[in-house]
Write a protein that binds this ligand. Structure first.
Ligand SMILES: C[S@@+](CC[C@H](N)C(=O)[O-])C[C@H]1O[C@@H](n2cnc3c(N)ncnc32)[C@H](O)[C@@H]1O
Length: 487
């Protein structure tokens, strides 16, 4: 599913107002109940132990690193530089897992599946430091061996020591030269820690600009800047920038970029005047408001896939300025709750329903279909997700995307506009879904680039607009505006 995030890809983040990422429902995202402190672990390097515990939660219980880590840091009172180190190591090792595992397997002389899980976590942590940070090699090895010894005994610690020493014999580039596949896409994918099928999907979406694949993968292999949205009618981007010290965004009139720090601790975020939201998501919501209708805008707007509510909050604020109302549909109860919280005090009505048949009267002027998707455009924000997704995820999502877009078109009034968006650039989820709708229904595609004004480099694609991390610093959001033909 697409996201949002610290969460940004699909809308809001994890500020006090409680936004969450799409696609995270049903996961065990809470830090486990604090265990009784183990005296053997108390003497270990605490930031590294925290990072290791995050890797373990990701491996053992399918947890999301970016939701587990903040709780762990709070619970263990790890802050300042230690918190920054734990964050860098946990997210970095989760993101680079495929590359690290190939190196570990080679150094250990066996597939990683044959290495005990708890030792593999420690090896990933140590290898990440050796290959991708400036941590001194002896410190990377010694701290990892200490963790393995405290938990698994001296024999296992010896194994960790031997493998990490072998890893340390080559630089990251030397390992890439030795182990990467020889085909160009596979090689880039390996070096920038992406599954090859995802790099290939990116290359396909770049099309004639596929020469940018390396720049894209590099941007996608880096921790992103946090983007804030200044809620219209509550605070301006200028005021938010003054209060937070962040820079005003380049493209969205509501965006402010934060270099560092915990956005949840900022007063405007705590008070609900601002929230974490990728600038690309802001542009998507704004594009719906700018698209040209035929006939006047009656102020009946609909967000058909609203949870957790990042875009609904922006749309609710904007429709409210014109005296209109937004209906927000979300089938997952706890995500609908997040929409309610995020849109409190806005002219928004939340409906727990399936967007394919939401039971609402038609005749909407503007509809957003921010469809559930693979989220391949927001991998930067969800460190481990690239290693969880599989090509087989795509087909089921495409069916749902087509059905949701068809439902939206049915709910539009003639002359009304639907904006279809995904935080995935995968062509099956983007241009193919739109082309299918244009073929099957009485809709015309509008020139979507006009609704993201002043955003350069939108490429020459024939359908919709594709934003890219390496070009725009946003998640790889796709958007296309369709207008229903008049009677
Ligand atoms: C990409 S997210 C939307 C993000 C949201 N627009 C935001 O900005 O916060 C997709 C959402 O669609 C919801 N969804 C899944 N199946 C759906 C369906 N059949 N009808 C409507 N929404 C659905 C998911 O639960 C998820 O919350």
């Amino acid at each position: 599913m697409s996201d949002n995030g610290g969460s940004q890809g699909g809308g809001g983040g994890r500020g006090r107002r409680g936004t969450n990422r799409p696609g995270q429902q049903g996961r065990n995202t809470r830090p486990r109940q604090a265990r009784r402190p183990d005296p053997a672990l108390a003497s270990l390097d605490q930031p590294r132990l925290a990072a290791r515990d995050v890797l373990r939660a990701v491996r053992e219980r399918d947890a999301y690193a970016n939701l587990v880590l903040p709780g762990l840091l709070r619970e263990r009172r790890i802050d300042g530089r230690d918190a920054a180190l734990a964050t860098e190591l946990a997210y970095g090792a989760a993101r680079a897992q495929g590359l690290l595992d190939a190196v570990i397997a080679h150094a250990a002389g066996r597939p990683v599946e044959e290495i005990d899980g708890p030792l593999l976590d420690v090896l990933r942590l140590g290898s990440y430091q050796l290959l991708r940070t400036r941590v001194a090699p002896h410190a990377a090895v010694a701290t990892s061996v200490d963790i393995a010894r405290a938990e698994s005994g001296p024999g296992k610690a010896g194994f960790v020591n031997a493998v990490l020493r072998r890893v340390s014999e080559r630089s990251q580039q030397e390992w890439i030269d030795a182990l990467a596949p020889s085909d160009p896409v596979g090689r880039l994918a390996f070096g920038y820690a992406h599954p090859t099928w995802i790099a290939q999907a990116f290359a396909d979406a770049l099309g004639p600009d596929a020469g940018e694949l390396e720049a894209l993968l590099e941007a996608d292999d880096t921790r992103p800047t946090v983007h804030l949205v200044a809620r219209p009618g509550e605070i301006s981007a200028e005021e938010l920038s003054l209060i937070t010290g962040g820079d005003i965004g380049r493209y969205s009139p509501y965006a402010v970029y934060l270099d560092s720090g915990d956005p949840g601790s900022l007063e405007p975020v705590r008070e609900g005047l601002a929230a974490v939201q990728d600038e690309g998501s802001q542009l998507v919501a704004r594009a719906l408001t700018l698209a040209e209708l035929e006939g006047p805008d009656g102020g009946r707007w609909l967000d058909l896939c609203a949870g957790p509510g990042g875009k609904a909050a922006l749309l609710g604020a904007l429709v409210g300025i014109e005296g209109g109302r937004l209906d927000a549909v979300e089938p997952v109860e706890h995500r609908a709750d997040l929409v309610r919280k995020t849109t409190r005090e806005l002219p928004v009505d939340v409906h727990v329903a399936d967007g394919r048949d939401p039971g609402l009267a038609g005749g909407y002027d503007r509809i957003l279909v921010d469809a559930p998707c693979t989220g391949l455009g927001a991998l930067r924000r969800r460190p481990e997700s690239r290693w969880r997704r599989t090509p087989s995820d795509v087909a089921g999502l495409v069916t749902l995307q087509r059905e949701l877009l068809a439902s939206a078109i049915g709910l539009l009034r003639p002359g009304g506009v639907v904006l279809y968006s995904t935080c995935s650039p995968h062509l099956s989820e983007t241009t193919a879904v739109v082309a299918d709708a244009v073929r099957r229904f009485e809709v015309e595609e509008l020139d979507t680039g006009r609704y993201v004004p002043d955003v350069p480099n939108l490429g020459g694609g024939s359908v919709g607009v594709q934003l890219w991390p390496h070009r725009h610093g946003t998640d790889a959001m796709f958007l296309a505006a369709l207008r229903k033909r008049g009677d």
